[in-house]
Each structure stands twice: as C-alpha cells, then as structure tokens.
Design a protein around this ligand. Sequence first.
Ligand code: C6P
Length: 415
Amino acid sequence: MTATQNKELGAVDFELIRQDFPILHQEVNGHALVYLDNAATTQKPKAVIEAIEHYYQLDNSNVHRGAHALSDRATQKFEAARSSVQAFLNAQKREEVIWTRGTTESINLVAQSYARNVLDKGDVVLVSALEHHSNIVPWQIVCEQTGASLKVIPVNGAGEIEIEQYDQLLNDSVKIVSVNHVSNALGTVNPVKTIIDKAHAVGAKVMIDGAQAAPHFEVNVKELDCDFYAFSGHKLFGPTGIGVLYGKENLLEQMTPFQSGGEMIEVVSFEGTTYNKLPYKFEAGTPNIAGAIGLGAAIDYLNQFDRRLLLQYENELLSYSTELALEDSDIQLVGTAKDKTGVMSFLIKGAHPHDVGTLLDQQGVAVRTGHHCAMPIMKQFKVPGTVRASFAFYNNKQDIDRLFSAIKKTKSFLL
Ligand code: C6P
C-alpha cells in the first residue's frame, strides 16, 4: 500500500513511512540507529534524494539565463518549487516567496533590508526570551546600527511566553516583534496569532521564525497575517543550504536588496542600477537550484499525507516519552509548556548533558546536547544545556523505548 492510498483511507501507515527514509536502516556503534535529533535536521525521503539526483543527472543548468533546453527545464523545476512553497504556506503570491540559505539568512535579510531602513533612535524591537540565536543576534546588530533598542518578552517557568508582560511592553515605539512559532530548545508552541494581532494593534510588523513549526504542522501565512515568515529546507525533510523567506508583497516592494550582483538587477550602468522585480530582487547570484528542487520534492512528499494525522502521531510520541520521563525521578524535564510539539528537553540529575549524549550515542541513540543555540533560555533555567530528544513522524514507540533503556544504562555508568 502506498502512502497516497493511506491518505485516501484517512489513515497513515507509519511503519511504511520508515521505508521511505533509507538512512534509518543502518547500525551505529553496533546498534540499530535510533534518530532523535530531528530538530537539528531531519532525514530525507527517497523522493527528495531522487529529485536531486535526477536534476544533476539530466537537467543541471543555470536558471533564468540560458537559451537552451536544459536551462528551460531547470528554470521550470526551480520555479515550480517556488509555487509549491507558495501553496504550502498559503501565500497570496509566488512573488512573496524568496529563496534563502535557511532561516538564519531569512532573518538577517529582514533585519538588514527592512529593519535597518525603518528603525531609529527610541524605536524598539521585541523578541522573546525563548529565541534561537538566529532570532536574537541579527536584531542586536541592527539595533546597534540604528540606535534602536532590543527588549525581551519574558517566559515563565514552564517555558511559555508571558502574554500579560508582552502587553505591557507593547506601545507605539515597538516597530518589530520577532518570535519563534515553536521553540527548538523546549518545544513550546507559541501563540503566534495572538502575538501578531497585538503587535499590529500598535503598528508593529511581525517576523515569525518557523524553523521548528513548518516540519510539524500546516502554516497559513494569510490566516496568521504575519508580515514575514522563515523556515529551513533541511528541517522539512529537504536539503541543507536552502530556505524560505515569506514576506508581504507591499513590504518586500519597499525593501532594499540584501545582497547584490547578478540576477537581482534590471539594468546596470556606471551611472546607476535598477533592481529586478520580486522575488529576484532578493536573490543575487546563482541560486541553490538543486536545493530548491529538493525542497519542492520534500513538500510534494508531505502533501501526500493529511498532515494533521502526522502531527497527532508525533504528539502521541511526545506524550509517551514525557510519561516515561515523569516516571523516572532521576530525570528533570526542561520545558513543560501546555502546548508543545516535537521536542523533549531533559537532564539526568547529577550528570552532564554531554556525557549523557555520548553514552546514548554509544548505544545507537542520536540526540543533541548543549545549549541548542538558545543560551538565554538555558541561563534562565540555570542549566548549562540539556539533552534533547526530538521527534519526526518516522520515529516510533520502539525508538522511545530504546531511548529509555539507553538512559537506564547511562545512569548505571554515571550516577
Ligand atoms: N536549530 C537546532 O538543533 P538554520 O540553521 O538557519 O537552518 O536554522 C536556524 C534556526 C532558527 N530558528 C530556530 C527555532 C531553529 O531551531 C534553528 C536551527 C537547530 O535546534 C540548529 S542550531
């Protein structure tokens, strides 16, 4: 039975899905691999690997340039992938979809091409205490460049944004609010619709870091009414080095280019240069063509499924894992928000997270340890870092059982 038939039947065969991901079927350190580092990067289905291979074997050429068949084919596939992203995000227009290298570059683009031009002394940029460094440092830099200040929306002990305190920070000097949709460090799902509506009420623009949301649930930028939305291909079962910035057309039109060179121009002369139309104004140089095609294939792959069923399944895995953790008094969960997805961050009391990660790896279980590029929230929780198990729909309960039996053995070494 194919996954597509499963969608028609309104059910998904999660064991069949595992067959689509060749990398999962290997041994690591003498044990069958259990891959629980999906928040760092997800594995790629055969459909994505084959789309990239097909492109390099048959279509490889530069886009928008050549007067020949290969270039036409490459251009068509590259632009078809953009249309897939447009539909995936429910964006109004394909011109609102900009290819970037990933979430990090998307946020830097908005900071430099939008914020730098609108911010002034006395203006405020708001981020939450729960952000990835990619959603902190670009704002710090642009605040230094413009004299604006960066303020922080507090997060409570469960790892949830404090909406009342957010209300208190909001006033007409706030020009930009930038928060993640789902936290990579704790798995908290943030109430972004509320955050966006409140920001708009004081005239601020909103950027959403969707790196950890797009892989788990449907994102509808029209419904959210966010001004900018970013995600990375490699966390969405696609290749590395490709990502997306969605921006509202009227804002993108006003913005100056981020990088310059070929492709982003209309006419160049030594007297002056005019810029290309959207989205190319923001896509200087030869783009990551294979990456865009691979990301398009990843979206096509996901589109076979009713994604609500994938989310429900992933949340069952998270609940199962959380229940097992709560039964073990040596485990401290870090991040206990009511609304979470995809991530269980924890510590084994008395053991350093890096030692735990190393011992889990020796038993074939791949997790991430450390501060997860979110040092401020680690500092708030007074921990040096955590062990993070992060889930995708190709994981199963046996993976979690393997995690917990590996934890048991790890404790026998360390405690
Ligand atoms: N988080 C993690 O292990 P890039 O590296 O540009 O694809 O994504 C950056 C980024 C931005 N925001 C959030 C919420 C993220 O989770 C990430 C990447 C990885 O948690 C690598 S640090």
